[in-house]
Unconditional design. Structure first.
Ligand SMILES: Nc1ncnc2c1ncn2[C@@H]1O[C@H](COP(=O)(O)OP(=O)(O)OP(=O)(O)O)[C@@H](O)[C@H]1O
Length: 234
């Protein structure tokens, strides 16, 4: 198993927001983490990255215990996190943003990034702050890729984007996954999740209330209705 999260608990002060969460991501797998607002999805990602460290439980990556490592050491293990606010440099150009993030000896060259994201190539001399929301998201993913991740962790990459851009990013994520990179995706857009994922976990009040493969999840209208509030019309 690439990533193994075992029975973790995490807190904000006294507030016990992650309660016994376990999940796995296999080599090259795309796993979705779903749940309503406030369910604990982002905090789970932050616990994996050591930003909100798990107080109990264990997280291993390729069998190595990373539970208590500081964030920079976890990133150094080829886990790349693209947070919701994207974190690109607004005053640097697209190309400067990519070059600054690039690791020596990375599997991914700038040309590889531009092949997946042709819009970034067109915009390579524009400042990060001049990009549209979708382009910023593409740049944030591109910046993660030049770090040669084995696992890419994305927090709601298509939130607030126009449907045509969402489709573009879904196709790009398929290509990235096709290159062998595993992806853990927090997403509220069910359509996106079912197009991409091998498996799904649903969180509610900081607990895993469902997990299943994509076929089982797609067939289970009751689960979607109960935990995600997606009314199924008939
Ligand atoms: N910095 C913080 N301090 C205190 N409580 C927080 C903090 N961040 C989140 N919480 C609380 O922790 C719980 C889980 O939040 P989290 O952001 O992980 O949920 P989420 O499933 O990612 O939801 P969303 O989609 O709204 O981001 C919520 O009750 C939230 O109010």
């Amino acid at each position: 198993m690439l990533l193994n999260v075992e029975h973790i608990h995490a807190y904000y002060g006294q507030s016990h927001v992650i309660q016994d969460v376990s999940l796995q991501v296999g080599e090259g797998e795309l796993v979705c983490l779903l749940g309503r607002n406030g369910a604990g999805k982002s905090t789970t990602l932050k616990s994996i990255m050591g930003i909100v460290p798990a107080r109990q439980g264990r997280i291993t990556f390729r069998g190595e215990d990373i539970t208590a490592l500081p964030t920079y050491r976890i990133s150094g293990r080829n886990i790349c996190f693209v947070p919701e606010h994207r974190g690109i440099f607004r005053l640097l150009t697209v190309e400067e943003n990519l070059k600054l993030a690039a690791h020596k000896g990375s599997r991914w060259s700038l040309d590889d990034i531009y092949r997946i994201f042709p819009r970034l190539k067109e915009r390579r001399r524009n400042g990060g702050g001049q990009l549209s929301g979708g382009e910023q998201q593409m740049l944030a993913i591109g910046r993660a890729l030049v770090n040669s991740p084995e696992l890419l962790i994305l927090d709601e990459p298509v939130e607030g984007l126009a449907p045509v851009i969402v489709e573009e990013i879904v196709a790009q994520l398929k290509q990235i996954r096709g290159s062998g990179i595993a992806i853990l995706l927090v997403e509220q857009n069910l359509e996106v999740c079912t197009q991409l994922a091998d498996r799904h976990y649903i969180l509610e009040s900081g607990r895993v209330v469902y997990h299943g493969d994509n076929a089982a999840f797609m067939a289970d209208a009751e689960v979607k209705d109960k935990y995600l509030g997606v009314g199924v019309a008939d």
